[in-house]
Write a protein that binds this ligand. Structure first.
Ligand code: DHK
Length: 145
């Protein structure tokens, strides 16, 4: 049976493609979902993508992932820099976790330089645009082989 990867996205990423395209690019989250589903098929992985603007909902999605999926790719967006709750939830998950940021957070405001989620992540991708999700998926295929 194919292993499942959940790609979780935090606040404002529902506006991907419309929101500050000079920073986040022109692709929408639906485009990301389609390219990752296609790549998942090539890699033999089942891919599910979700987005929420609410911290507690993201915590609950991580709890649900505990029972259902083998790996988590997460772009916690602004919660990256603030959320101990999301870090704690990820610490209850046993499979691999890869953190993705579309922009290079280290070249931006200093409050974006710290990530709570990085304390749990097995790997971090930043600044490679939405291609970062596909690269994370390829790494998941390696880790779960
Ligand atoms: C997305 C956001 O919404 C920001 O709050 C983060 C991240 C960076 C990204 O680059 O994908 O600081």
């Amino acid at each position: 049976m194919a292993k499942t990867i959940h790609i979780l996205n935090g606040p404002n990423l529902n506006l991907l493609g419309k929101r500050q395209p000079e920073i986040y690019g022109a692709d929408t989250l639906a485009d990301v979902e389609a390219t990752c589903a296609k790549l998942g098929r090539e890699l033999g992985l089942e891919v599910a993508l979700s987005q929420s603007n609410h911290e507690g909902e993201i915590v609950e999605m991580i709890h649900a992932a505990r029972e259902k999926v083998e790996g988590i790719i997460i772009n916690p967006a602004a919660y990256t820099h603030t959320s101990v709750a999301i870090l704690d939830a990820l610490n209850t998950f046993e499979g691999p976790v890869i953190e993705v940021h579309i922009s290079n957070v280290h070249r931006r405001e200093s409050f974006r330089h710290h990530s709570y989620v990085s304390l749990r992540a097995d790997g971090v991708i930043a600044g490679l645009g939405v291609e970062g999700y596909q690269l994370a998926l390829r790494r998941m295929a390696t880790l779960l082989a």
